[in-house]
Design a protein around this ligand. Structure first.
Ligand code: FRU
Length: 484
């Protein structure tokens, strides 16, 4: 049976593979009007296995076209996570007859060395494309960065550091980040290390990203570090550091741990390269705690929505906000606006709207921060609750009674995120797909992503809030499926 994209739990507004296993987004690069998305892929099973780079392309970040597998495992091992760059000046020499090479920098993971108990089995390698990303040729001189004898040595993210006229590679090394530089992508020298004594260390550091972020009159360097396990709600998650990078070292002055997404289901997120000042982030919408056992049949897992990252000041501190990329508008229907809603404990949206269905987007504005929640439910009495708890000053996703939860012991959870904003008024945006919710609170200062698997689809949306609370404005918008 061919994929119909109507299978139970199939995301309708998020990228998912036609079939089989997917994890991290890889090699995200924008070139000649096309967004490339590569991803960790195992085409023979719906669980993790020998890693390939799957490939999809998009003109608008929302509608995706599946492409043939870009990179297959070879004698050096599996193709683990990494990045891709546009080598405009042909520093690598891969370019031929004026063709600009796209260059992928990835980890080769040698399963034989791993099994044999060696600790140098992860090395960095290159592949290049001379047809704008369609097909890829592995570099004959691989690997380009050997392993110094540390087991976890992977996930290179590379960018061109203009001020120093060199490439910088940000690499995850067990419990820290190592920065390397190169003039030609082939010869790398170590610049510095960061993070052994900073940030969260409940697990291994993976999939980093380093980029400059400008906005609101401020310019900073941001270091993303994915961590597994040790996330704020268990398992895998993305932390970030705001600081400075001089071409050699990254420094930060904050000591608190900050999470780009506090929910259980955003991992390995990094940004697209070659998008100039715009920083567009995408993550794997799952968690290593249960990613391989979620109850989908044909395929496993999806990506988050693409999100634009920005800077926001709260008090003296600067934070990163995430917001659904404006391209989401291409599938956004006509908004239905409700004003001054008296919830009086609970209010079924069906009584206020001509129809309620998914996927959809719900925007809620309150004049002052108050306890309230959005509840999705079905006839089986299962419910998914997303809201704000004033007493704890926390946002939460409660999926304890959301449907199928017993496939893994940690799944039936209530996850929380701190409210970072100190504003009086409060806004919540929920983007709800068939089996996921993404919460962007306070214009994206507190973000949470969670997946769920009701035994029969949710059909109702209810607002809940104590008697006396008035929701100043609520906007409901249908989102149309990205699959034909
Ligand atoms: C993160 C990760 C990466 C690795 C890849 C393997 O989810 O563990 O560190 O490169 O997945 O599939």
């Amino acid at each position: 049976v061919p994929a119909s994209y109507k299978e139970p739990y199939r995301p309708q507004i998020h990228f998912s593979p036609k079939e089989k296993w997917m994890n991290d987004p890889n090699g995200m690069v924008y070139y000649k009007g096309t967004y490339h998305l590569f991803y960790q892929y195992y085409p023979d099973s719906t669980v993790w296995g020998p890693m390939h780079w799957g490939h999809a392309t998009s003109k608008d970040l929302i509608h995706w076209q599946h492409q043939p597998i870009a990179l297959y495992p070879d004698s050096l091992g599996y193709i683990f996570s990494g990045s891709a760059v546009v080598d405009k000046n042909n520093t690598s020499g891969f370019g031929k007859s004026g063709k600009v090479p796209l260059v992928a920098i990835f980890t080769h993971h040698d399963p034989v060395g791993d099994k044999a108990g060696r600790n140098d089995y992860q090395v960095q390698s290159l592949a290049y494309s001379l047809d704008d990303g369609k097909t890829w040729i592995k570099y004959a001189g691989n690997p380009v960065l050997k392993n110094p004898g540390i087991k976890d040595f992977r996930d290179p993210k590379v960018f061109w550091f203009e001020a120093g006229k060199k490439w910088i590679m940000t690499l995850a090394v067990l419990d820290h980040i190592a920065f390397y530089s190169s003039k030609d992508l082939k010869n790398w020298s170590k610049e510095s290390e960061f993070g052994k004594d900073l940030g969260a260390h409940g697990g291994v550091w993976e999939c980093p990203d380093l980029f400059e972020l400008k906005g609101n009159g401020k310019k900073v360097w941001v270091l993303l570090v994915n961590l597994n396990p040790g996330g704020p709600n268990g398992g895998s998650a993305t932390q970030y550091f705001i600081g400075d990078f001089d071409g050699k070292t990254f420094t930060t002055s904050h000591r608190d741990t900050r999470w780009l997404d506090y929910g259980p289901d955003e991992y390995a997120g990094i940004t697209w390269s070659n998008t100039s000042n715009r920083k567009i982030f995408l993550g794997w919408m799952s968690n290593w705690l249960y990613g391989t056992v979620v109850p989908t049949d044909r395929w496993r897992s999806a990506m988050t929505l693409p999100r634009d990252l920005a800077l926001k000041q709260v008090g003296k501190d600067w934070f990163i906000t995430s917001w659904p990329s404006k391209e989401l508008n291409v599938i956004t229907g006509k908004p239905v606006v409700l004003q001054n809603l008296k919830v009086q404990d609970h209010l079924d949206l069906a009584t206020k709207l001509p129809a309620v269905a998914f996927p959809c987007r719900i925007d809620i504005n309150l004049e002052t921060a108050a306890t309230h929640a959005v509840v999705l439910s079905n006839a089986a009495g299962e419910e998914l609750v997303v809201g704000y708890d004033k007493q704890g000053n926390q946002y939460y996703i409660d999926r304890r009674h959301s449907g199928k939860v017993d496939f893994q012991k940690d799944f039936a959870s209530r996850s929380v995120a701190p409210r970072i904003s100190s504003a009086n008024s409060m806004n919540l945006t929920l983007v709800i797909d068939i089996s996921s919710v993404e919460l962007f609170a306070d214009n994206g200062l507190s973000v949470m992503t969670g997946i769920f698997f009701p035994s029969t689809p949710y059909t109702n949306v209810q607002l809940r809030a104590p008697v006396g609370i008035i929701i100043k404005k609520m906007v409901y918008t249908r989102l149309s499926s990205i699959w034909k």
